[in-house]
Design a protein around this ligand. Structure first.
Ligand code: SF4
Ligand code: SF4
Length: 180
C-alpha cells in the first residue's frame, strides 16, 4: 500500500501562484476560495535582501487533528494516507477548520461544506499527478509514494533532509519541505 506525499522545494518556488490557479481550476473553485496559499517571507539586509515563498496546503497528516473533532465522520483518512472530506456527511460546523493547525480548510459558500486539497486523488488513481505538480514551471513539487524508498519523492526528501511543517505538533504530515 502506498502512502502518498509531496516534497516541496521552497528554494525553487518563485511565488508565481500557478499551482494555486491550477488547483482552483481543477476543483472548480471561485476566485476567493483556494486550497493552496503561497506564504511570503522577506529576510536579509540591504543589499543582500531576499524573499522566500512557501506553498502551503493540506499536509495530509497521518495523525490529523481535523479528523478527531469531526462530529459526523465526514473527514476521514484513506489507507494510502490521503485525508478527504465526504461532502454528503459534512454539516459545515467548521470544527475541523479550528482544529487544523495549518489553516488549510475552506468553507464553500456555494455548497456550505468544508473543502481542502485532495491530492487530486481521482487523477492520481488514473496514474496522473496532482494539478499543482504538473503546472509548476520550476519543478518545485514532487508527488509520490513515501513508502517506496526508490520513489523520486522519497529520494528528494532524503537528499535534502526535508522537514515537515510544525513537527512539534505530532500531526505527522505527508508534505516535506526544503527551505532556505
Ligand atoms: Fe511556487 Fe511552483 Fe506554485 Fe509557482 S507553481 S508558486 S513556483 S510552487
Ligand atoms: Fe487535517 Fe489540516 Fe492536517 Fe490537512 S493539514 S490533514 S486539514 S489537520
Amino acid at each position: 500500500m502506498p502512502r502518498y506525499g509531496m516534497f516541496i522545494d521552497a528554494t525553487k518556488c518563485v511565488g508565481c501562484h500557478a499551482c494555486r490557479v491550477a488547483c482552483q481550476n481543477q476543483n472548480e473553485l471561485p476566485a476567493k476560495e483556494n486550497f493552496n496559499r503561497i506564504e511570503e517571507r522577506e529576510y536579509g539586509r540591504f543589499p543582500n535582501f531576499n524573499r522566500e515563498f512557501l506553498p502551503v496546503q493540506c499536509q495530509h497528516c497521518d495523525n490529523p487533528p481535523c479528523l478527531k473533532v469531526c462530529p459526523t465522520g465526514a473527514t476521514y483518512k484513506r489507507k494510502d494516507g490521503v485525508v478527504l472530506v465526504d461532502d454528503k456527511k459534512c454539516v459545515g460546523c467548521k470544527y475541523c477548520m479550528v482544529a487544523c493547525p495549518y489553516s488549510v480548510r475552506v468553507i464553500s459558500e456555494e455548497h456550505g461544506v468544508v473543502e481542502k486539497c485532495r491530492f487530486c486523488i481521482e487523477m492520481v488513481e488514473k496514474g496522473k499527478e496532482p494539478a499543482c505538480v504538473t503546472t509548476c514551471m520550476t519543478k518545485a513539487r514532487t508527488f509520490g509514494d513515501l513508502n517506496d524508498p526508490n520513489s523520486e519523492v522519497s529520494k528528494k526528501i532524503g537528499k535534502y533532509k526535508a522537514k515537515t511543517l510544525r513537527a512539534d505538533l505530532n500531526t505527522k504530515p505527508s508534505l516535506y519541505y526544503r527551505k532556505t
